[in-house]
Ligand binder design. Structure first.
Ligand code: CA
Length: 231
């Protein structure tokens, strides 16, 4: 399991797809590629990415039509989407309520602008990926350093437990079902069994217990799990 955000690139022009890939891979993002809406759909069905960069003009279903469908589906409603447009297309059309995009980038784009837009959107929409400090009760998670501490002592966690904790700490006091956690943390609700979540919660609690902090991850019977800073 990768800790870096994963981006799905949907673009039919190979030269632009390569430029996107080169620019983003250089910054450590995980990448998957699709050349039309159909491929993008099966990529998303298999595994939820952290962000989608979507070309407007695709053969077959357009990027805007596809973005609208993503917004209509509860599983992908909150998925951050950046639309790529050619100069001739009007920004206000792209950003209109009906398009479903969070942001847009006009081609030709500079690599620096692309990275800045992607990072800004990730910070805004997925706080657990934003390169910040998250604090819940005595726990402090540093996303840039990839560590979690209690009273300045580092808690030893596996990659999956770290990612799970990071997600829960970014959304404290909210209850998440196992299915939702699989989607948001593992990016996959179709191929991984829900009891996988229980296994990792158990490991996470065991690690937290060594620092007397296991009570921060609560089981909500019949619903799922919640992170709480309140004792
Ligand atoms: Ca195109």
């Amino acid at each position: 399991m990768s800790l870096s955000p994963e981006i799905l690139l949907v673009e039919d022009e190979p030269a632009i797809l390569n430029l996107l890939e080169f620019t983003l891979a250089d910054k450590g993002f995980g990448l998957r590629k699709a050349m039309n809406a159909l491929q993008a759909r099966s990529a998303i069905d298999a595994k939820l990415p952290d962000l989608v960069i979507l070309d407007w003009m695709l053969p077959g279903e357009s990027g805007v039509q596809f973005a609208r469908k993503l917004r209509a589906d509860p599983r992908t409603r909150a998925l951050p989407v950046i639309i790529l447009t050619a100069k001739a297309e009007e920004p206000d059309k792209v950003m209109g309520l009906e398009s479903g995009a969070d942001d847009y980038i006009t081609k030709p784009f500079s690599p620096r602008e692309l990275i800045a837009r992607v990072n800004a959107l990730l910070r805004r929409r997925t706080p657990e990926l934003g390169g910040e400090r998250l604090t819940v009760g005595p726990l402090v998670l540093d996303t840039a350093r990839h560590d979690v501490r209690v009273n300045d002592q580092v808690i030893a966690l596996g990659a999956a437990e770290f990612k799970l904790l990071r997600f829960l700490m970014a959304h404290p006091e909210r209850v998440f079902s196992r299915g939702r956690l699989l989607d948001q943390v593992w990016g996959d609700h179709a191929y991984i069994e829900e009891r996988t979540v229980d296994v990792h919660v158990l490991r996470l609690r065991k690690a937290l217990a060594e620092h007397n902090a296991e009570h921060l991850v609560q089981t909500v019977r019949g619903v799922g799990y919640r992170m709480t800073g309140n004792d």
